[in-house]
Each structure stands twice: as C-alpha cells, then as structure tokens.
Design a protein around this ligand. Sequence first.
Ligand code: COA
Length: 536
Amino acid sequence: MSIIKSLVNPQSESFIVNRDFYLDRITDLRERRQRAHLGGPEKARKRHTEHREQILPRDRIRLLVDPGSPFFELGELAGDKLPEGTAAGASIITGVGLVNDRQCMIIVNDATVKGGTYYPMTCKKHVRAQMFAIQHRLPCITMVQSGGAFLPEQEGIFPAEGMFGSIFVNQIEMSAAGIPQIALVMGSSTAGGAYIPALCDEVVIVRGKGFMYLGGPQLVEAATGEQVGHEELGGAEMHCSVSGVTDYIAEDDAHGLSLVRDIVSNLGNLPKQRWDVAKSVAPLYPIDEIYGIINKDTKIPTSNRDILARLVDGSNFDEFKAKYGSTLMCGFAKIHGFEIGILANDGVLFSEAAKKGAHFINLCCERDIPLLFMADVPGFMVGEEAERGGIAKDGAKFITAMCSAKVPKYTLITGGSYGAGYLAMCGRPFKPTAMLAWPSGRSGIMGPEQVANTLATVREDILKREGKSWTEEEREEFKAPHRKRFEDSEQAYNFASKLWYDAVIDPSETREVLALLLDVAGRSPKIETKFGVFRQ
Ligand code: COA
C-alpha cells in the first residue's frame, strides 16, 4: 500500500482562482451537452411528440434501459459546430446501457434532426459505436427512424470506407461473430435506413408509425408510375405477415421498447466478469479538488500525483520504478475496485521514462491488467544529449509496447498533450478502447505559440534569402492568425466534435466512467498480446 500524500491547500488564493475558472468550464460543458441533447428544432420536436405521438429519442433510451442505470454516451458532442452544419450529436445517439442486466450498445436515430438522415459525421458515429460493440461483443439495439443519406452531403456519406456502407459491413461481421443485433423500426426508414434493420437478427416494427422500404411512395411513383401507400409498401402488418422482413408488431413506441427488452432477456447467458473486483473505496481527497489543482494558466504544469490522489481508490498508488524515469509515473491502482495500470506524465518524456513505460506496459499485458494513459505532455526530449542517448529508439520501444498491448487501453487527456507525446500516450491513431478528455484537455502537433513561432521563423528565413526584413509588428501580425487557429483547433471540444475523442467528461465523473468501461471490458474475452521487435 502506498498512499499518496497530497499537500494541496484548498484554502489558498491560487486554488480558489483556479477552481472558479474550472467551474466555468464545467458550466460550459453542461451547456454544450444540453444543446446536443435537445436534438432538432422545436418545430420538429413538437411534430414528433404532438402530431405523431412519438417518444423523443432520449426518452426512448430512458424507457429501454434498466431504471436508474447509467448510460455512457459515445460521441455525445460529435458534429457540434462542424462547417457542414451538422447538428450537435449528428442526428444519432450512441452509447452503452444496461438492458435486463445486460450491457448493450444502443444506437438511436434522432428523427427531429433532418428526418434522422445520415450526415458524414452520423456515419462515423454509427461506425464508431459498432466498433466499440465488436471489441466488447456487446449486443446492438438500433432504434431506426431515418430518411437514409443526407443527400446534399453524399460525398461524405456514400463512396468510401468508414462511411454509410461500413455500417453494413460491420453488421455482417457482427452477425458472423455471433454478436446479437436487434432493430426497432419506429418511424419511416428509407433506403439505407431500411437495410440496417434488414441486416439485424430480430426486428420489431411499430404499427402505423414504422415503415421500411428501399424507396418511399413518391420515389416509387416517379420511378415506375406505381401508386402505392405507405402501409402497403412497407407497413408493420405487411412486413410481419407478407414479406417477413420484420418479426414482431408493437402497438406503440413504449410497447416496442418492452418487446426489445423481452428479446434481450432471451439472448442466453450473461457474460461473466473475468477480473476480480475489490470493494470500492473512495479516494482520501475530494475529487472535485481537481478543479483547483489544474492551473488556469496553461503554461503552469499540473502535478499528476495530486490528481491521482483524488482519482484512485483510497488514494493508493503502488508506483513502479519511482526513482527512474520520473517524468512518467507508472503504477498500479484501483478504480471502484477494478485494478488498472496507470501511466501519467510528469514532464517531458526522456529515454528512461520511455523505457520504464515500455517495461510497465509489458508487465500489465502479462497480468491482463488494463491500462490508463493520463496525458499531459509537451512531447519527447529533443537535443544532442537526448539523441546521443538514443531517445528515438527508446521512444520507439514505448510506442511499440503501447501499440501492441491488447489489454483494454483508456486515454484521458487532462492537460496539454502535444506532438509525439500525444501519440505515445495512446492517442487516437493507436486505437484506445476509449478516448476521454477533461475540458482542460488540449492536443496538437505543437502548442499554438510554438506553431506561430515556427512558421514565423520559416518566413523570416525566406525573407532573408530574398534580402528583405520585417518589423516586430509585422512579425506579430503574421503570427496572430496562426496562433488563433491552433488555439481553436487544440480544444477538447474540437476533438470531440470530430469524434477524435469519444467523450469530454467532467473530472468528477472520471471514476464512474472508467468503472463502467472497465466493467464492460472485463466481460469480453481476453486477447493475447504479441509484441514486435524492441530495438535495444
Ligand atoms: N436528405 C436531405 N435532407 C432531407 C432528407 C434527405 N434524404 N430527408 C429529409 N430531409 C430534410 C427535409 O428537407 C427537412 O429539412 P428542413 O427541416 O430544413 O425543412 C427535414 O429533413 C425534415 O423533413 P420532413 O420531410 O419535413 O420530415 P418528416 O418527418 O415529415 O419526414 C422523411 C422525414 C425522412 C420520412 C422524409 O423527409 C423523406 O421521405 N425523405 C426522403 C427519404 C429518401 O428518399 N431517402 C433516400 C436517401 S438514399
């Protein structure tokens, strides 16, 4: 047992200033979530509830999951403020919820946003949810009410891998892998919206509301001259009694949701947890003190040790090689009773830190212990001494170990995470099981000031070559837009809107979110790790 002693003084002036600043960030996060949760415009929501007498997407989820159980949303803020005008949430809700005690991936079209059609980001979000389901062997429940492709954006939806067609590919792969898929057709489901349920194992359709067809009545008339109504073309009665495309008729939304719960109860044995889970113990320090520990001035580094003291059970962190490579803290801890191997930055990554990280990842893979990368890192050390010491080969060892590790890997961006440091701390390209960020998280190739300086230096060299020069004011004028662009780009919300992060979370939610993710991961089979060559 090694209990972390944290000497932070919550009464100090700087703590209070930082905490208030962070609380504003939390308010901002809540407002962004509220906006995303709203769905489409009021007119569309009213039409949905009053005119069609349907239940709104988030209420459908609430009725489906076990009462009081949590729902962890993937891509909650995806699409927010994207140039193509995608609504926050990208007209689809995806997340993990408990249905009859079984964790399921729940995917719900939001018909109040452009008829539930698929923007490019909607496709990406649906595909990401499926990948998470495949990785964890989670049954998929899809509530379908979609006009198919959002036609003006067809180039981002139709032609390539990762777009709409990949949803079908994943469905077929899931089916072959024995992962159950259930669809509930709740509204008009056209074209791609009809193929999704058609590729599921069991399909429920709501009478008088759910319709499934490859082309709706208007398209059929235009194409063939045939005049046919919605019910005859793709209604519940026809599909359940004539075509056999759907299997169960629901009388309304609520009935449909209860039929889906029944189907889930017939999926066989519940997957067992493969890890021993200890009794959860609260950290010795209040978790919301993290708000006051992260300095509002991004140039002032945060002590990850003080953060860990507020995150892990009993503030107990059994540190590995504490005196070696100290800019990367590695150690074993528990979160709500789940054992986890933590790698947390404490400065620039030197050779020793990289070698220690590789060693620690190796240990965790041998013991089937999941990994948490807490990223707040300016990058790897540069300079003659570092190069002569072989930083390139040691960094490569770390990256090889991190990339090869097949234990569940979670990334939490807590502060500024830049360059190869962002990548090495299990950045998005290295396929973390889930990628999370706090509102203070920032990522980029370099910090905004460094980018502006680098580009100004390049320009200055060109000017010199041409026998010209510039004034200090001209230099600053050149730098300002670059700095601003990178300041905007590095924000957690930009990364979340593009789905490079799965979620932006409040630091005080971190323990619950990680425990849920670990519980899901522990119910899927262990995958053996095979490491590649470690250059010595
Ligand atoms: N592409 C782009 N926009 C679409 C769309 C599509 N496929 N389908 C609907 N929309 C837009 C509408 O233009 C409208 O936009 P607005 O809010 O800016 O006015 C919004 O979505 C809602 O459409 P509306 O028809 O008013 O809603 P609804 O709930 O009555 O009907 C649908 C929804 C999806 C059933 C209906 O719009 C429809 O049949 N769309 C065409 C479906 C289709 O043929 N898809 C083939 C794609 S491969």
